[in-house]
Design a binder for this molecule. Structure first.
Ligand code: ADP
Ligand code: ZN
Length: 514
């Protein structure tokens, strides 16, 4: 093992977990491997492929990745090849011929191809020593990236009961892990779960006030370092990329609505540091193997913690300090929940909501972010990390009773018929036309909050919503309404602690503990 690692792959040591996994695989045992992206999963089947007598078949859902990997392996002198729908018929036949002649040790295939009857038959003839299922979470409907093609992989164990199966994934909560083992029919598998902690990544959640300005400040502080900004829609990606270009940043846009050529070009320019920044949807990332990404920004709240973890995990692959920054608008959570509920598939709604609620809870958490993340993945962690916004700058609280009273009574005075920005305008004594036309400059609450900025009030109102004193009526343009819990505060019967609003993004990456 060590000799092959050194001579063929050029590495002097195994990484955490690899030795045990490879030993088990070589011994012919089914195995389940949960290892974060970049942890070195591929080695767990590439090296056995060279030592096992027969063929190793790798199932992978990503065509572009397949070619990259195979090119890399061939360059190291390893007899690897791939079969997927990008090949012509003649090319496929050529691969088959070389398979038959024993000239291929490691074959990558797309799942839909693998399960064609003829193909399985050929594999049976060749003699398979190992099946490796990459991105194994795709087999589970609980997983966040279910692929119907993967379901049929359960047939592998039926058809090749004697061939060991190695399932690998970088993303699976405990329920998904269980499901993967069941779906693939792993027999008494060796289970290897590596730590998900990425200590060099610093997690920060910032309240979203003026996102473009916040983002620009952040980008400037990053001084030409590479980064990714994730947005929730193609439209937003296009808009934001244009805006940033207009401000002189070297930006590329990336989403599934662009042509293959455009996407390949952007990805390539990014890889070669010709673009500092990619603004992208979730479509960007699978297979991005750029080690020196220094920051990942979430412009919108992701839908699942898995997605968030994967996306932020693209930062700092080189182990050097990196930033994961999320711009968070609490109102987005209500909007997203409503949107999820429009799904026509009722049973899916529940799963999706559950996953989304965990994500929202992360963003709203007042405790160490890393602990929240690791606990989500079933990795109990009792200690605060010292390298997230909450640890580095613990939320400070103050007696916000008077501010709350001002805000609540203003909501009352405007007849519970206006949204946040109008209420804030009244509080701050704005002289806008709408205010005077409505006669809101005559209200007793007009101008009583002059001493605080717009964003400060925004944060206060959001907290009042969060604490259940106010709600936004989504059916009526998000107008603010009082809830019963507002009463005792208004009457001075209870006091209220608020968090001091954080108005500024950290402008330069402080040297965090790594
Ligand atoms: P994963 O599939 O888990 O995301 P990869 O298999 O792509 O990760 O491995 C990430 C990087 O780590 C690759 O460049 C790989 O060559 C490298 N790597 C794997 N094992 C070792 C090792 N034992 N020593 C040094 N580098 C390794
Ligand atoms: Zn922390």
């Amino acid at each position: 093992m060590h000799q092959t690692l050194k001579q063929t792959f050029g590495y002097s040591e195994f990484r955490f977990g690899q030795v045990e996994i490879i030993e088990q695989v070589l011994a012919g045992r089914d195995s389940f491997v949960l290892m974060p992206t970049g942890g070195g999963k591929s080695m767990c089947y590439q090296l056995p492929a060279l030592l096992l007598p027969g063929l190793t078949v790798v199932v992978s859902p990503l065509m572009s990745l397949m070619k990259d990997q195979v090119d890399g392996l061939q360059a190291m002198g390893i007899a690897a090849d791939f079969v997927n729908s990008s090949l012509t018929r003649d090319q496929v036949l050529d691969v088959f011929r070389r398979l038959r002649d024993g000239q291929i040790k490691l074959l990558y295939v797309a799942p839909e191809r693998l399960l064609q009857e003829q193909f399985l038959q050929r594999l049976g003839d060749v003699g398979v020593s190992l099946f490796a299922i990459d991105e194994a979470h795709c087999v589970s409907q609980w997983g966040h990236d279910f692929r119907p093609d993967y379901i049929a992989l359960s047939r592998l164990k039926q058809q090749f009961p004697q061939v060991p199966l190695l399932a690998l994934t970088a993303t699976a909560d405990p329920a998904t892990q269980q499901d993967i083992r069941q779906q693939l029919g792993l027999y008494q598998p060796f289970i290897s779960i590596s730590s998900f902690d990425r200590p060099n990544i610093r997690y920060t959640v910032l309240e979203k006030f003026r996102p473009l300005e916040q983002l620009v400040t952040l980008l400037k502080s990053q001084e030409n370092q590479s980064g990714i900004v994730y947005c929730s829609s193609r439209k937003k990606v296009d808009e934001l990329a244009e805006q940033l270009k207009g401000k002189g940043f070297a930006v590329g846009a990336y989403h599934a609505g662009l042509s293959n050529e455009q996407r390949a070009l952007v990805q390539d320019q990014f890889k070669r540091d010709q673009l500092q920044l990619i603004v992208a949807t979730v479509a960007f990332g699978m297979g991005v193997n750029k080690p020196n990404i220094r920051f990942v920004v979430h412009f919108d709240l992701p839908r699942t913690i898995e997605a968030y973890y994967q996306e932020t995990g693209r930062a700092g692959r080189d182990g050097v300090a990196a930033e994961a920054i999320m711009l968070f608008d609490p109102a987005d959570t209500a909007r997203t929940r409503k949107w999820i509920e429009t799904d026509e598939n009722q049973s899916r709604i529940e799963v999706t909501l559950q996953r989304f609620n965990a994500m929202a809870a992360f963003a709203e958490a007042q405790t160490c972010r890393r602990q929240v993340l690791l606990n989500y993945f079933g990795e109990a962690s009792q200690q605060a990390c010292g390298n997230c916004d909450i640890c580095l700058d613990p939320p400070q609280r103050f007696d916000g009773t008077e501010l709350a009273q001002k805000a609540l009574s203003c909501v009352w005075r405007v007849g519970q018929s206006f949204g946040m920005h109008h209420v804030i305008d009244v509080l701050r004594g704005s002289q806008g036309q709408k205010i005077t036309e409505l006669g809101h400059d005559k209200l007793s609450t007009y101008g009583i909050g002059k001493d605080k900025s717009h964003d400060y009030w925004l944060s206060v109102l959001r907290q009042l919503i969060h604490y259940g004193l106010l709600q936004q009526d989504i059916t009526r343009h998000s107008v603010l309404q009082l809830l019963p819990a507002a009463r005792p505060v208004l009457k001075g019967e209870t006091s209220l602690q608020l968090a001091i609003p954080r108005l500024n993004a950290p402008t330069s990456p402080k040297a965090g503990k790594v």
